[in-house]
Write a new protein. Structure first.
Length: 360
C-alpha cells in the first residue's frame, strides 16, 4: 500500500510502498477513507516532539473495516469506523476508573517479538500514535476504533478522531463547562473551534474566541463564539477581564505556547480553570503569579479531550447529524495523499482551519 513516510525531521513526507500485516486476534484492518492533517503531526515533522524514524504519520482518520482478528467483538467487516489514538487496554487502573484516555498499557501494541504491523523491505516501521493514518490501510487494536452510523460522511467523521474530540472533550469532560458559564478560547484552529463548539454544546453563556488572525473571527462565530478578540491589536488578557468584569470560568489554550498558556491562566476569575490543550514544545517552562492561586485558580492539561471515545464519538456523530456539531465549516480543503506536504505548508500559514486527505 501507499503511505506518506517521514524519513528525517524537517524534510517533506515521501509517498512510498509500505507493507501491512494481517490482523492478530484483537486487531482490525481498516481501509482508510479520510485522514485529517493535525498540528500534532507538524510537531513531529519539525522535531519539537521526538519519534523513532522512519515512520508513517497521521492520527485523525476514518475508514471501512476490511478484516478482523478472531477475538474481535466490537466491530465487523464492512463497518464504518473512526479511529482514536487513545487506544485503551480495558483492564488497567485508568481504564477501570473511567479514564480510558490516560491508559498507557502496552497491551494494545504488538510485542517486540511479534512481526511488526508495518514493514518496509523487511524492516519494521514504528506505528505512529497507534494508528499511522497517512496510508491506504491501517492495522489497529480493536480498542483504537469505534463503529459509527453509515449515513455519516467519512471525511467529516475523520475530524472527530482527533481535533474535534480534543476540543469538544476539553470543554465537556476536562473542564466540565456548566450552562451559563463564561468561556475564553485562545487559538481558532481546528481544536480551538471545536472547543468553542463544545462550550456551546455544554450551554456556556458567553464564549470569547481569541486569535491573531482577524479573519478567524467569522469562523469562530460560525462555531457559536459570542465574541471575538483580535490579539494582534490588543492585550487579550486585559480585554477579557474587562469584558467579563473579572475573568472567565474556563479558558482553553489551543495553540501550544508557554505565553498563551500563561495568558489562559491570567484571564481567569476566582475559582476558574485554565485548560492547556496545545502541545507546548519540550523544554519550554510556564511561569505563573503565585498569589493568584489564593483565588483557587487552576491550570491543567487536557489530552484528547479526556475522552471515552467508544461512547463519545458515536454521540458526536449524532450531534453532527442533528446540526449541533459543526464539521462542514472546519474543512478548508480536501486533498490527495500525494498533496500532504502542500497541506502542511498551508497549515503553517495559520489561516486555514483544516485540510483532509481523501482516499478513493
Ligand atoms: Zn491530532
Ligand atoms: Zn488501560
Amino acid at each position: 500500500m501507499k503511505a506518506a513516510v517521514l524519513r528525517q525531521v524537517g524534510t517533506p513526507l515521501q509517498i512510498e510502498d509500505v507493507q501491512i500485516n494481517m490482523p492478530g486476534p484483537h486487531e482490525v484492518l481498516i481501509r482508510t477513507k479520510a485522514a485529517g492533517l493535525c498540528h500534532s503531526d507538524l510537531h513531529f515533522i519539525e522535531g519539537s516532539y521526538p519519534h523513532p524514524l522512519p515512520a508513517v504519520l497521521g492520527h485523525e482518520s476514518a475508514g471501512v473495516v476490511e478484516a478482523i482478528g478472531s477475538e474481535v467483538r466490537t466491530v465487523k467487516v464492512g463497518d464504518h469506523v473512526i479511529t482514536c489514538l487513545s487506544a485503551y487496554c480495558g483492564h488497567c487502573e485508568s481504564c477501570l476508573t473511567g479514564h480510558l484516555s490516560l491508559c498507557v498499557s502496552p497491551d494494545t501494541k504488538r510485542d517486540a517479538k511479534d512481526e511488526p504491523r508495518l514493514t518496509q523491505n523487511g524492516a519494521g516501521l514504528p506505528q505512529f500514535l497507534n494508528l499511522s493514518s497517512f496510508a491506504e490501510q491501517m492495522l489497529v487494536h480493536e480498542h483504537a476504533c469505534v463503529a459509527i452510523r453509515k449515513d455519516m460522511p467519512l471525511d467529516r467523521a475523520a475530524l472527530i478522531g482527533c481535533s474535534v474530540m480534543t476540543g469538544v472533550g476539553a470543554a465537556i469532560h476536562t473542564s466540565s463547562v456548566r450552562p451559563g458559564e463564561t468561556v475564553a478560547v485562545i487559538g481558532c484552529g481546528g481544536v480551538g473551534l471545536a472547543a468553542i463548539n463544545g462550550a456551546a454544546i455544554a450551554g456556556a453563556g458567553r464564549i470569547i474566541a481569541i486569535d491573531m488572525v482577524a479573519s478567524k473571527g467569522n469562523l469562530a462565530h460560525q462555531f457559536c463564539a459570542t465574541e471575538f478578540i483580535d490579539a494582534s491589536q490588543t492585550d487579550a488578557v486585559k480585554e477579557v477581564i474587562e469584558m467579563t468584569k473579572g475573568g472567565v470560568h474556563h479558558s482553553f489554550e489551543a495553540i501550544g505556547l508557554a505565553k498563551t498558556a500563561e495568558q489562559a491562566f491570567g484571564m481567569l476569575r476566582r475559582g476558574g480553570t485554565a485548560n492547556v490543550i496545545g502541545m507546548i514544545p519540550i523544554g519550554q517552562m510556564i511561569s505563573l503569579p503565585g498569589f493568584a492561586l489564593l483565588g483557587e485558580k487552576r491550570i491543567q492539561g487536557s489530552m484528547m479531550g479526556s475522552n471515552r471515545f467508544p461512547v463519545d464519538m458515536p454521540r458526536l456523530v449524532d450531534m453532527y447529524m442533528n446540526g449541533k456539531l459543526k464539521l462542514d465549516e472546519m474543512i478548508s480543503q480536501r486533498i490527495r495523499l500525494d498533496q500532504v506536504n502542500e497541506g502542511f505548508a498551508e497549515m503553517k500559514k495559520g489561516e486555514l482551519a483544516r485540510s483532509v486527505i481523501v482516499f478513493d
